[in-house]
Design a protein around this ligand. Structure first.
Ligand code: GTP
Ligand code: MG
Ligand code: ZN
Length: 299
């Protein structure tokens, strides 16, 4: 038992390094800083805090149920913690990178967080190709939702609401795909919820620059977390030998390898390579596997 157990619990709704806005149990939002030389705060964190004048001091971070992060060569970037699911938003325009999509899915799988894919902007002709590129993901069991948040908001709402209510969902995806549009559609009081925080952290920019928490309902049972679009998605934290187990289409073939420590590259009797030959694993998915594996094993 930590000596901070007596302090009130609050939730981090916006974070910048060791500074954060927390929301108290009564729904009040307070600017805080983290005491001592502890690790960074992440949106979704539950913290023990106490007030100090107009501000607050965070004394401890509660153990996280899960944490989504990426690990580039030199730095770790945490997205959010204590999530029920991740909604990966993509669109035909800007063309999404399948490498980024695959990496985000691997990171989610590794963190034990369910993920679904949302294809936005289906009013655009470019949606046809995007839909085709998502076929292997549907085939491996990822739920893919389609909608046009701006062109047909009513249908988008009807498709999304049942999957989002009562859950804490991180909305993740490249810049310009519609993450903020989605938040504004599902959270009517969006600007009111984050007004001051958004001003302080985003300084009025159109592009989201910091991760922010939004309640979906007044009962505060479900929430959406808006995040800035990302370019790189490093997976340095993944054990190369585990990579295939984090990709469901490859994982389904692992029983077919002759060697128990097969890395599915050039080994004889490899079940994964045989499945690629038979067309049961999409060639681009296998290429991404090989690419990420090379990255993880090079030194
Ligand atoms: N054609 C079309 N455009 C859309 C749709 N939904 C959103 N957009 C447009 O896409 C652009 C980007 O939307 P945002 O919601 O700002 O994207 P974002 O993902 O928050 O981007 P970042 O904050 O930069 O990461 C805006 O100009 C939207 O109006 C849609 O259904 N169809
Ligand atoms: Mg945005
Ligand atoms: Zn193999």
């Amino acid at each position: 038992m930590s000596r901070f157990q007596g302090l009130a619990v609050a939730r981090v709704v916006a974070a910048h390094g060791r500074h954060a806005f927390v929301e108290t149990a009564e729904g009040r939002r307070v600017q805080c800083h983290l005491r001592g030389r502890k690790a960074d705060l992440v949106v979704g964190d539950l913290v023990r805090w106490q007030s100090a004048g107009d501000e607050g001091v965070i004394e401890a971070v509660e153990e996280r149920r899960n944490l989504l992060f990426r690990q580039d060569d030199w730095r770790t970037k945490s997205f959010a913690s204590n999530l029920d699911q991740i909604l990966l938003l993509v669109a035909g325009e800007p063309v999404f990178s399948e490498s980024q999509l695959t990496r985000a899915l691997v990171a989610a799988e590794s963190a034990g967080i369910p993920a679904l894919i949302g294809l936005n902007k289906i009013d655009k002709p470019s949606a046809v190709q995007a839909r085709e590129r998502l076929q292997p993901y549907r085939a491996m069991g990822v739920q893919v939702l389609e909608f046009a948040l701006k062109a047909d908001p009513a249908t988008a709402l009807a498709r999304l609401q049942p999957l989002l209510q009562g859950k804490i969902t991180l909305v993740l995806g490249p810049s310009g795909t519609g993450k903020s549009t989605l938040i504004n559609l599902l959270v009517p009081q969006a600007q009111a919820q984050v007004g001051e925080i958004s001003q302080a952290l985003n300084s009025g920019r159109h592009t989201t620059t910091s991760t922010l928490w939004y309640w979906l309902d007044t009962a505060r049972s479900g929430a959406l977390i808006d995040s800035p679009g990302f370019q790189e998605f490093g997976l340095r934290h993944i054990d190369p030998a585990q990579l295939a187990t984090l990709m469901p289409d490859l994982r389904a073939q692992l029983g077919g390898c002759r060697f128990y420590n097969c890395m599915h590259r050039h080994e004889p009797g490899c079940g994964v390579l045989a499945a690629v030959e038979r067309g049961e694993i999409a060639p681009q998915r296998y290429r991404l596997y090989a690419q990420i594996l090379d990255e993880l094993t090079e030194r």
